[in-house]
Design a protein around this ligand. Sequence first.
Ligand SMILES: Nc1ncnc2c1ncn2[C@@H]1O[C@H](COP(=O)(O)OP(=O)(O)OP(=O)(O)O)[C@@H](O)[C@H]1O
Length: 210
Amino acid sequence: MKFIEARTITKRFRKNTVLQHISLSLEKGKIYGFQGINGSGKTMLFRALLGLIQVNEGAIYIKGERLQRSKPFPVRAGVLLENPGFIKEFTGRKNLQLLASLQKDTSNADITSLLQEVGLQPDDPRKVKKYSLGMKQKLGIAQALLGSPEFIVLDEPTNALDENSLTALENLLHAYKRAGATLCIASHDKAFLQRMSDQIFTIHEGTLTS
Ligand SMILES: Nc1ncnc2c1ncn2[C@@H]1O[C@H](COP(=O)(O)OP(=O)(O)OP(=O)(O)O)[C@@H](O)[C@H]1O
């Protein structure tokens, strides 16, 4: 069974068609790259696959189950979309602890290792409002990976990362893949996408090609 299947989905905002008859089929334990110019529809496609927007036509299936607004999302998903939400008055750890409290099976030790894995100091006393851009990006990635989700969606995860942090991110994402996660990654960094992806899709004006 496919992990995710989109069958001829179309999304329109009034007369503007932002996704056009997109079909795709994603397998478990693979990394899929998405490239395309600004405004081509990458984020919109991610929102649709996550059930965050309702499509006008077509359907999306996760592990064979049709996505429906009335039902909870069928698998645990971790998401980094533009402008991740943090509570800026809290430390990075406290932000993750808050999220983890919604998940029964994420311990403090898990949070410590995750912070280390993304390249943040687990006991950094600074509040997030004092974080640099790259640190916020790392915390956003940690939020997406918290609780080892089966489905990981990352929009521009390399933004603001230095060279060493980029290498660490690549290793980390490969580890999640080896553990069986399915990843969708949008990036303007072609070399990064080439290194990471089992398959790369290109989106152009809401239409998908591979
Ligand atoms: N809420 C909205 N209402 C109407 N149109 C929208 C809305 N959000 C995005 N769009 C339009 O949908 C299209 C696709 O946008 P999307 O954010 O998916 O692009 P993208 O490929 O992720 O771009 P970027 O590389 O800049 O992140 C664009 O034409 C955009 O203007």
